[in-house]
Design a protein around this ligand. Sequence first.
Ligand code: IMP
Length: 423
Amino acid sequence: MSNTILVGAQWGDEGKGKIIDVLTEVADVVVRTQGGNNAGHTVHINGQKFILHLVPSGILRKNKVCVIGNGVVVDPVSLVEELKDLSNLGIKIKGNLHLSETAHLVLPYHRELDSQRERAKGKNKIGTTKRGIGPAYADKAARTGLRVLDLIQPERFKAKLAERIRENNGILKAFGAEPLSFKKVHDQYRAAGDYLKPFVTNTVILLHAAAQRGDNILFEGAQGTFLDIDHGTYPFVTSSNTTAGGACTGSGVPPHRIDRVVGVMKAYTTRVGEGPLPSENAEIADMLHAMGREFGATTGRPRRCGWFDAVATRHARIVSGIDELAVTNLDGLDSVQTLKICTGYRDGRKRLDYIPSDVEALARCEPIYTELAGWMAPTDQATKWKELPRRARDYLHTIADLTGAKLKIVSVGPGREQTIFVE
Ligand code: IMP
C-alpha cells in the first residue's frame, strides 16, 4: 500500500473511519497524529457499530500495530474507558496498541476552561466538543503542558499537577467556576496512568523501525481541512493541524517517507459547530436528518448540511497535496432530483474561486452553483463502478475533477462491503 496519509477534505465527519478501516486491510501500522477524543470515528463491521475516539481504527483488525502519536492530546481517563469497552467486545489491545510518551495530556481544568470560554463567548461561541482540546494544545504551546511520561512517574506527576491545578483554579475562579480538587484529579489520573503504562513507549523510534522495515504505515487523520488551526476557518477551528503536514509532526515520520495522500470527502457537505458554511442548505439538511443521518458521533449534535462545495475541496487538495479521493455517503443523495455543486463564491461584485482567509469575508460569500440531474435510484447495493447509475458516475467524476484529484474509492453505505474501488 505504501505510506499513506488520510485527511478529511471538508469540515470533519467525512466518513474517514470507514475508509481508514478499508485501507487498514493492507496496512501494517495505523497511526493517529493529532486531535484528541473530540474525534469520533464510526466503523460498522458485520452489523456491529464501533465508535472510536482516541484509538486508531486499525485495532478492529487482527495484528495491526496501532499508534497514538506524539501530536495527539490524550485524556487518559477517557482512553482507559475506550480500551475497557473495546476489551469487553473481545478486541485484543495488549501488544497491538502503543501510546507516545510525549503526547500531551488533557486534564479536567482543560475541559472546564473549554466550557467556561464557550459560555463567556455567548453567541460568538465556536461550538467546541467541550473535551478540553483547545486549552490542552494551548498549554502545550505555552510549555506548561503535562505529558504521558509525566503521568507514569508518580512523584513527578504529583508535583507538576499540584502546581498546574493551583494556577488553573485561579483562572477558573475568575470565571466564577468551582475550583478542582487536587486529590480527586490526582487519584483518578494516577489510576489511569497505571493502566496505560504498559502501552507507553517512544513511538518515534517504533515508527522509524517500521519505516526502515518497509512496513505500510497509514496515518489516520481526524477532523477535516477547514478545522485546521492554520488552514481552516479560524477561529471556528480545532486546535491541531488536521492537514497532511500534521501527520509528520504528529508522528515524527519525515515527509520524504510519505508516498501518497488520500482525501476523504462526502458527496455533499456537513459541519458541526459554528462558523461559515457557504453551501449550507436547509432542505438537504432536513432530508438527511429525516433519513436518520448526520448526527455527530462524539456529541450527537445534528450536523449542518449543504451541497457539495468544490471551492473547499479544491483548497483541501492544495494544502494537503491530495493525490486520491474517497467519496463517501453517495447513497445520501439517491433521492435528490436536481443536485447542486458549488463551483465558486460571490462576495458582493467579486467572484472568488478560492476560500477567502478572513472568516468574515467567507461568511458574506454566496455560493455559485452548477446543477446536475440526480440519479433517483438506490446505490447502496452497488459493489462495482459499473453498477452505479450513469448519472451517479457523472456526478462523482464532476466533483473529483473540480477537486483536482483522482477518484479511487466510492462508499455507498457504512458496511465494509459497500465500498467501490474505481479502476
Ligand atoms: P474542539 O476540537 O472540541 O475544540 O472543537 C472545535 C471545532 O471543531 C468545533 O466546531 C467542533 O464541532 C469541531 N470538531 C472537533 N472535532 C470534530 C470532529 O471529529 N468532527 C467534526 N467536527 C469536529
